[in-house]
Design a protein around this ligand. Structure first.
Ligand code: UT7
Length: 310
């Protein structure tokens, strides 16, 4: 069995916070944020909307698009570092509302690489025939752990959710190869101590090196070449980091998806949200080769080469 994507969904809060809004509450400038990160605005969830609410919205859309019902789901995996609480998991919290009472459920903590970890975990159960439908969600309410006094981090993040139903797809389609990894020695560069703490320069250096390496790794593992890539879907952390991955793959600008300017860094949600936007714009076609790549706190990383289509 080859594991691929059967349906997708996303949720973004309505509230837009622009760089100009941030200029009013901290010592920063639209110019600095734009040139250093590519971010122009981000979405911030209302106080009463928590991670599980956003996860549910994205998940129900994905289930609908997949043409299945909650009862068909065998496993729910939610990638997040901002669960409503340590337990029960967000996966368990959304299970009942989705009517997925047959499903096993758990959260995955791999920060911004979380959606890659969730996809690869789902793939194992689908490939060996144990499960048919795995719901995966990447969701973050980063605004609740953002230190609004720290301009080094506060300008970067946004809230949102992206989901996919994964299941068996036709031969030659779905996940062709993956590359997952972690380096706990770098954990000190990006972590949560009540609020987010980050050594931006160290994370930047790691990200530039690792994003490119991981993309090349998945191509090599799948026996593919850079020229075969139709779309690069990088974690939307910083346009300069994303550009470095694109250059490593020698892809033209229009072959890299970009949402960072309007949503900022949505951590585990950024890759599925970017993928959905390309799909809705009609830019991803059946049999296109997509390379997805993410990195984040842990440190963690993950890339996937996926042939689009059911
Ligand atoms: O999902 C993974 C999450 N993390 C990341 O992706 C972060 C990776 N790192 C980055 O994206 C970049 O390192 C940043 C965008 C965070 C920072 O960009 P940088 O080019 O590495 O800047 P820097 O940290 O070297 O700071 C340059 C200057 C500093 O001033 P001095 O010391 O040179 O006077 C900072 O204090 O920019 C200052 N600065 C700011 N100025 C205005 C830092 N943040 C801001 C700000 N507004 N928001």
């Amino acid at each position: 069995m080859n594991a691929g994507i059967l349906g997708m969904g996303r949720y973004l809060p309505d509230k837009v916070v622009t760089n100009a809004d941030l200029e009013k509450i901290m010592d920063t400038s639209d110019e600095w944020i734009r040139t250093r990160t590519g971010i122009e605005e981000r979405r911030i969830a209302d106080d009463h909307v928590d991670t599980s609410d956003m996860a549910y919205e994205a998940a129900s859309q994905a289930i609908k698009e997949a043409g299945i019902s909650g009862e068909d789901i065998d496993l729910i995996l939610v990638a997040t570092v901002t669960p409503d609480q340590p337990f029960p998991s967000v996966a368990c919290m959304i299970q009942e509302k989705l009517g997925a009472m047959r499903a096993a459920a758990m959260d995955i903590s791999a920060a911004c690489a979380g959606f890659m970890y969730a996809m690869v975990t789902a793939q194992q159960f689908i490939n060996n025939g144990v499960y048919k439908h795995v719901l995966i969600v990447g969701v973050e309410k980063l605004s609740k752990i953002t230190d609004w006094e720290d301009r080094n981090t506060a300008v970067l993040f946004g809230d949102g959710a992206g989901a996919a139903v994964m299941g068996p797809v036709s031969d030659g389609r779905g996940i062709l190869s993956f590359d997952l990894g972690a380096d706990g020695t770098g954990g000190k560069h990006l972590y949560q101590k009540e609020k987010i703490v980050m050594n931006g320069r160290e994370v930047f250096k790691f990200a530039v090196r690792q994003m490119g390496e991981s993309c090349i790794n998945v191509l090599n593992k799948a026996g593919l070449k850079k020229e075969d890539v139709d779309f690069l879907i990088p974690h939307q952390a910083n346009i300069r980091i994303m550009e470095s991955a694109r250059e490593r793959l020698e892809l033209p600008v229009e072959k890299m998806s970009k949402t960072v300017h309007k949503y900022g860094n949505n951590s585990a949600a950024s890759i599925p949200i970017a993928m959905i936007e390309e799909k809705e714009a009609g830019r991803i076609k059946d049999d296109d080769l997509l390379v997805m790549v993410g990195f984040g706190g842990g440190l963690t990383w993950g890339a996937i080469a996926l042939r689009w289509g059911r």
